[in-house]
Design a protein around this ligand. Structure first.
Ligand code: NDP
Ligand code: MG
Ligand code: MG
Length: 329
């Protein structure tokens, strides 16, 4: 079984005399930095001039250039976009990092795929909350926490694991649970999850259902409500009580259709595609493709994003949500 840690396993004194530099102040940067500060840690922020800099200053943080923040820090949590981390590391972090500092990540991508190769004199760890930054912040404010993964890639000081655990406690994760993993396992499962199931899988499933109904002559509004709007209601039931509780809540007719037709929708072809997708993650093909895509200013990313935004389901959805008070901003 995987090793689990709770509040009493982490020693907050580990960070007592240390300065944490949070590099980046987006989704994760803001949530983690605010929680750490409220837990009594000394936090500075590293950024370039711009919107995030403004926001971090307004939140009362000392903000420095990335290089300056790194010079001041014992723990450096890199919360920049994954695709930019390698270049920023080489230009601003690597020349300024102290011996025996702790380099930290919330996703293993750059270490696992060799985009960042730290010197042997520093600790390299991961503390990866399993939720978006605003949830990391909100649950902390409610006295709870978002679960997190920790991993040690390199232990130069002998204290890498204790720092990761103390940091996880500082952001509130030990109030939920902290699981021990490796950079390889976190990176590969995270990429597979978002590609095959959570983001890629779900949107493609909804799109296929929507197009099938609309092509057969049903009203797009009906199709939208049936395959997209209701998705959340079903997922909430699965989230709260697994497949069994969801099946207890739906009609017997729905349950029979689910059990007998579901495996026809996700059949052998899908299992084979998932296997291929996983192999491309494991052998670095996906990582290489995404790095090269960024080097040529993302033509595929931009074209596919635009096509997605222009799909009929998005037009219909915007219109329908406009009538529903819960979606009015
Ligand atoms: P965001 O895109 O939300 O934020 C990125 C931050 O980096 C912004 O503050 C941005 O500032 C700053 N930045 C970008 N380029 C530079 C630069 N050249 N120099 C200095 N600062 C720069 O990132 P996320 O919080 O989503 O992701 C951060 C890490 O957390 C990633 O490793 C990701 O995989 C991981 N993660 C993210 C999760 C999520 O839910 N979002 C969940 C778990 C892990 P500016 O305003 O100037 O652009
Ligand atoms: Mg991810
Ligand atoms: Mg129905």
């Amino acid at each position: 079984m995987v090793q689990k840690y709770y509040e009493s396993d982490a020693d907050p004194r580990t960070l007592e005399d240390k300065t944490v530099a949070v590099i980046g102040y987006g989704s994760q940067g803001r949530g983690q930095a605010l929680n750490l500060r409220d837990s009594g840690c000394r936090v500075v922020i590293g950024l370039r001039p711009g919107g995030s800099w403004q926001k971090a200053s307004e939140d009362g943080f000392e903000v420095y250039s990335v290089a300056e923040a790194v010079k001041r820090a014992d723990v450096i949590q890199i919360l920049l976009p994954d695709e930019n981390q390698g270049a920023i590391y080489r230009a601003e972090i690597s020349p300024n990092i102290r011996e025996n500092a702790c380099l930290m990540f919330s996703h293993g991508f750059n270490i696992h795929y060799g985009q960042i190769v730290p010197p042997p004199t520093v600790d390299v760890v991961m503390v990866a909350p399993k939720g978006p930054g605003h949830m990391v912040r909100r649950t902390y404010e409610e006295g709870k926490g978002v679960p997190a993964l920790i991993a040690v890639h390199q232990d130069a000081t002998g204290g890498a694991h204790a720092i990761a655990l103390a940091y996880a406690r500082g952001i509130g994760a030990t109030r939920a649970v902290v699981l021990e993993t490796t950079f390889a396992e976190e990176t590969e499962t995270d990429l597979f999850g978002e590609q095959a199931v959570l983001c890629g899988g779900v949107t493609s499933l909804i799109k296929a259902g929507f197009e099938t109904l609309v092509d057969a002559g049903y009203a797009p509004e009906m199709a939208y409500l049936e395959v997209l709007h209701e998705m959340k209601l079903i997922v909430d039931l699965i989230y709260e009580g697994g497949f069994t509780q969801m099946r207890d809540s739906i009609s017997n007719t729905a349950q029979y259709g689910d059990l007998t037709r579901g495996p026809r929708v996700i059949g052998p072809e899908t299992y084979m595609a998932m296997q291929e997708i996983l192999e491309e993650i494991q052998n670095g093909k996906f990582a290489k493709e995404w790095m090269l895509e960024n080097m040529v200013n993302r033509p595929v990313f931009n074209a596919l994003t635009r096509a997605g935004e222009e799909h009929l389901i998005e037009q219909v959805g915007a219109e329908i949500r406009g009538f529903m008070p819960q979606f009015r901003k």
